[in-house]
Design a protein around this ligand. Sequence first.
Ligand code: HEC
Ligand code: HEC
Ligand code: HEC
Ligand code: HEC
Ligand code: HEC
Length: 365
Amino acid sequence: MKIISLFLLILLNVSAVYLSNKSCKECHKDIYNEYKYSYHSKGYFNDILHRKVADKISLKKYDCATCHMPASNNIKEMISGKDRPNQQNITNSDAISCFFCHEIAYVKKAHRFNINIVTKQVEGYKPSLYGSLENPDENDKHSSLNNPLYNKNVCKGCHAHKRNENGLLIFQTMKKDENSKECIKCHMPYIPGGNENMNKRARTKHRSHYFKGIRSSEMRKKSVSIKINLNKKDNIIITLKNKMSHPLIVQAAREMFLQVLVKRGDKVIWSNKQDKNSYFKYEYLKGKKDIVIPYTATSYKWYNNLAGNSSKEYNYKVSGLKKGDKIIASFYMIIAKKSCLQDIDLRGSDLDKPLLAKQVILIVK
Ligand code: HEC
Ligand code: HEC
Ligand code: HEC
Ligand code: HEC
Ligand code: HEC
C-alpha cells in the first residue's frame, strides 16, 4: 500500500498545480493591489520596453522567461523556441507571480545566473506557500510554511547577477556572500494594515509589495547624497555617494548622470557637460562592432558605474566665480538611454526623459 501511494504521489506531481495572482486577491486584497503596481507584475505583455528588447533579440526563443515569466508551464518550450509567450496562458501573463515567489524553496548558485528551485506541489492537497510569518492563521486555500529563505536569499535567484552566453557580465546587484535581508529592508518596508482581509491575528503592519524602484521619486531621492564644497574660491568639489547596497546601474538600458551648473542670475555660465565620467552607463562591443543590446556582446566599450555604499569625487576648476553665483548639482536617472530606444524603435516614448533623483544648491559667499 505504501509503495502504491508513493507511486501515485510521484505521478500526481507531474501535473503542476498553479494558483493565479487573481486568486490571491480574494484574501490578500491590499498586497494584491500593491503587487499590481510593482514591476514584478510587468513583463512581456504589459511592459513595452521589455517586449521590444525581447523581440529585437529573437522572435523565436524567449529565454528571458527564466526570470521574467518564471511560473510558466511551458518554460522549456519558450526557451528552446518551440513555443511563444501566450497571453491566454495565465502562467505566462502572471509575470513574476505571487505563487512562484512564495514557492521558492532554495536558490542554487550558478555562474551565468542563479537558479530558483521551487517546492513540488501535489495535486489534491493544499499547496504549501513559504513565508516568514510567526504562527500564521489557518486558511482553506493554502498551508503556510516558515522558510528562512524568505528573509535570507529569496531575491538572489533573479537579482544577484546575469551573464550573457559569452560570459560577459550584464548586471550584478549582489555580492557573492550578500543575502536578501538588506534588499527587503529597503524595498519591502513595513506598511500599516494586516496582510489578509479577515486579519484574525489582528496584525497591524505587513511587508509592502510595491517593490518601488527607479520610477518612484521618493525612492530616487534615497539613492544618492551629494555634497558641494568650494575650495580656494575657484575649485568646486562635488562628492557623490551611492547610498544603496548595489551599484547605480543594474540594468543595461539605464543611464544616470551628475549635472553641475553654475548660474549667475538666470544664465548658465558653466556646466560639466563635457565630463564623460559624470555619465554612468554601459556601452558594448560585439567583436569590434558597436552594439546596444548586450545579448550577444563580447566586451565593454565604455563602462562607468559606482559600486554600492561608495563615493566618487569630482574636482572642477571654474575661475571668476562671484558672490551670489549658484552652484547647482543634480543627479538624474534615465530608464532607457536614447541609443536603446533607437535600436528597438521606441523613439517618441518618454522613457529617455531624465528623472531627477537629488538636487543640492550652494550659493557662493
Ligand atoms: C537572470 C535573470 C534574468 C534574465 C535571464 C533576464 N532578465 Fe531582464 N531583468 C532581470 C532583473 C532582476 C531585472 C530588474 C533589474 C532592474 O530593474 O534594474 C530585469 C530588468 C529588465 C529590463 C528593465 C525593465 C524595466 O524596469 O524597465 C528589461 C528591458 C529586461 N530585463 C529585458 C530582458 C530580456 C529581453 C531578457 C531575455 C533576453 C531578460 N531580461 C532576461 C533579470 C533577468
Ligand atoms: C482563502 C483565503 C486565502 C487565499 C485565497 C490565499 N491566502 Fe495566503 N493566507 C491566508 C491567511 C488567512 C494567511 C495567514 C495570515 C496571518 O496569519 O496573518 C495567509 C498567509 C499567507 C502567507 C504568509 C505565510 C507565512 O508563513 O509567512 C503567504 C506568503 C501567502 N498567504 C500567500 C498567498 C498567495 C501567494 C496566495 C495566492 C496564490 C494566497 N496566499 C491565497 C489566506 C489566503
Ligand atoms: C523570480 C525572479 C525574481 C525574484 C525572486 C525577485 N525579483 Fe525583483 N524583479 C525581477 C524582474 C525580472 C524584474 C524586472 C521586471 C520588469 O521591469 O520587467 C524585477 C524588478 C524588481 C525591482 C524594480 C522595480 C522597478 O520599479 O523598477 C525591484 C526593486 C525588485 N525587483 C526587488 C526585488 C526584491 C527586494 C526581491 C526579493 C524579496 C526580488 N525583487 C525578487 C525578478 C525577480
Ligand atoms: C518577488 C517575490 C514576491 C512576490 C512576487 C510576492 N511576494 Fe509576498 N513576500 C515576499 C517576501 C520576500 C516576503 C517576506 C518578507 C519577510 O518577512 O521578511 C513576503 C511576504 C508576504 C506575506 C506576509 C506579509 C507580512 O508581512 O505579513 C504575504 C501574505 C504575501 N507575501 C503574499 C503575497 C501575495 C498575495 C502576492 C501577490 C499578490 C505576493 N506575496 C507576491 C516576496 C514576494
Ligand atoms: C539602502 C537601501 C537599499 C538597499 C539595501 C537595496 N536597494 Fe535596491 N534600490 C534602492 C533605491 C533607493 C532604488 C531607486 C533608485 C535606483 O533605481 O537606482 C533602488 C533600485 C533598485 C532596483 C531598480 C534599479 C533600476 O535601474 O530600475 C532594483 C532591481 C533593486 N533596487 C534591487 C535591489 C536588491 C536585489 C537589493 C538587495 C541586494 C537591493 N535593491 C538593496 C535602495 C536600496
